[in-house]
Design a protein around this ligand. Structure first.
Ligand code: PMP
Length: 456
């Protein structure tokens, strides 16, 4: 029998069937046509793996929704949650609570620059909501600029700044949001052929956008430090520094959204550190406690915090800094330090994932580009390497999306759970994944790419 971290998945198809039946009857799923989905019933999870009620095991190459940065069921974090539950499960946000203050201290110590004050939320979208509210109140300006190739969350303001098609159905059109094109050389909007050109032209485009919108109307520019869901596009050298300079010149705040890129994902605590850029506000969630209990937040600069020093900040949440979630964050950050998990993501990303994916790209004609860093990688799948025509059209569904559906099915058949979005698969395993697990996953990916090659 298969043993994982002391736990043995026991096949129990009857329970699986009952779980699935209740789910189909009563659970309303995110972003889904309720009758067109077929969710897998999950029986358990441990480390980098999870398994279903038939005893089938998957290596989680998606880290859930790119959040289980220390894998599933880390014993130190589970114990910390249990201890906090026994001591004080919850307490209202207006009080000073040990787990909350300790989590804030540990986070502030790791965020760049003077982002030393932490406003806690329940997740990423509400972190974005509050960061943008703070920026508007601090500057007294109405507008926010954000990138078309972006995802910032599913609540109203967060979905308004989001660029991807999930915005369309919910867009109010009056949200004070203007979208622009951030750099992405492989699909350049600027006819660029080098990273230098892409960087310079994207900055020129942003500068023009600011000039035509009116600098005095713009509160903030929000960017994912490395766009995640939209395709994992590390920005060219100099881009974020250039955006910082434009912001400074015009009194605009820079908000970096590190909900996905933060807490070790890129092989450093925060991706802003890779580019030596300090934002005015930084949003986080996911990896802060590996998603064991919902938690997100905004790290706030001294200058923005000063705005609310003698005037109340008009916003809050009942569960802001929930002790269970904060205890999980404290334990997660300590585990990441003790086990060198951030360094593991950097080292194995550079020595195993990057070279492994590039080797796959050489053998599989469906791979158009490999990009990423740390445990944050994307494969762009194409019909034609020359024209770069995506393997499936933008925002394809149903039959039009069949090649990606076939790829995903083949990946699962081969034993990995893939992250799939449009014509891309993202390789985003837990940051404490082992070299052996990565090699197992890359072999499974190899088999699935062979299926995708059939659609080239
Ligand atoms: N920002 C980014 C960059 C994200 O990747 C996500 C979630 N994928 C969010 C915000 C929203 O986070 P949540 O789903 O926790 O609200």
């Amino acid at each position: 029998p298969l043993t994982l971290g002391g736990m043995t998945p026991q096949p129990n198809p009857e329970v699986g069937t009952a779980v699935k039946a209740a789910d189909r009857a009563h659970v309303f799923h995110s972003w889904s046509a309720q009758e067109l989905i077929d969710p897998l019933a999950v029986a358990g999870a441990q480390g980098s793996y999870f398994w279903d009620y038939d005893g089938r095991r998957y290596l989680d190459f998606a880290s859930g929704l790119v959040y289980t940065n220390i894998g599933y069921q880390h014993p130190a974090v589970v114990a910390a949650i249990q201890e906090q539950a026994a001591r004080m499960t919850t307490f209202a946000p207006a009080f000073a609570v040990e787990a909350r203050s300790e989590a804030a201290r540990l986070i502030a110590e790791r965020t760049p620059g003077d982002l030393d004050r932490i406003f806690f939320t329940n997740g990423g979208a509400d972190a974005v909501e509050h960061a943008l509210r703070m920026a508007r109140l601090h500057t007294g300006r109405p507008k926010v600029l954000s990138a078309y190739r972006s995802y910032h969350g599913g609540t109203q303001q967060a979905v308004n700044v989001t660029g991807d098609p999930r915005r369309w159905a919910s867009d109010t059109g009056t949200a004070g949001v203007v979208h622009f094109w951030a750099p992405f050389l492989y699909r350049s909007r600027f006819y660029a052929e080098t990273e230098e050109q892409e960087c310079a032209r994207a900055l020129e485009h942003l500068e023009t956008t600011i000039a035509f919108e009116g600098p005095s109307t713009i509160a903030a520019i929000i960017l994912e430090t490395i766009p995640g869901t939209a395709g994992i596009m590390p920005p060219p050298a100099g881009y974020l520094a250039g955006v910082r300079e434009l912001c400074d010149r015009h009194g605009i705040l820079l908000v970096l959204d590190e909900v996905m890129a933060g807490f070790g994902r890129t092989g450093t605590w925060f991706a802003a550190g890779l580019y030596d850029v300090v934002p005015d506000l930084l949003t986080f969630a996911k990896g802060v406690n590996s998603g064991y209990v919902p938690l997100g937040g905004v790290a706030i600069s001294g200058a923005v915090a000063e705005t609310f020093a003698r005037r109340p900040y008009p916003g809050g949440l009942t569960y802001s800094g929930h002790p269970l979630a904060c205890a999980a964050a404290v334990a997660t950050i300590n585990v990441m330090e003790e086990e060198g998990i951030v360094g593991n993501a950097a080292a194995l990303g550079a020595s195993v994932v990057g070279p492994g994916l590039r080797a796959l790209a050489e053998r599989h004609p469906c791979v158009g580009e490999v990009r990423g860093v740390g445990m944050f990688w994307a494969l762009e799948l194409v019909r034609d390497r020359e024209t770069r025509e995506p393997l499936v059209p933008y925002n394809a569904t149903g039959e039009a999306n069949a090649p990606m559906a076939a790829f995903a099915a083949a990946a699962k058949e081969a034993g990995i759970w893939p992250f799939v979005n449009m014509n891309r698969t993202h390789v985003v395993p837990p940051c404490n994944v082992s070299e052996a697990e990565l090699k197992e996953g890359l072999a499974a990916l190899d088999a699935a790419l062979t299926v995708a090659d059939g659609h080239v």
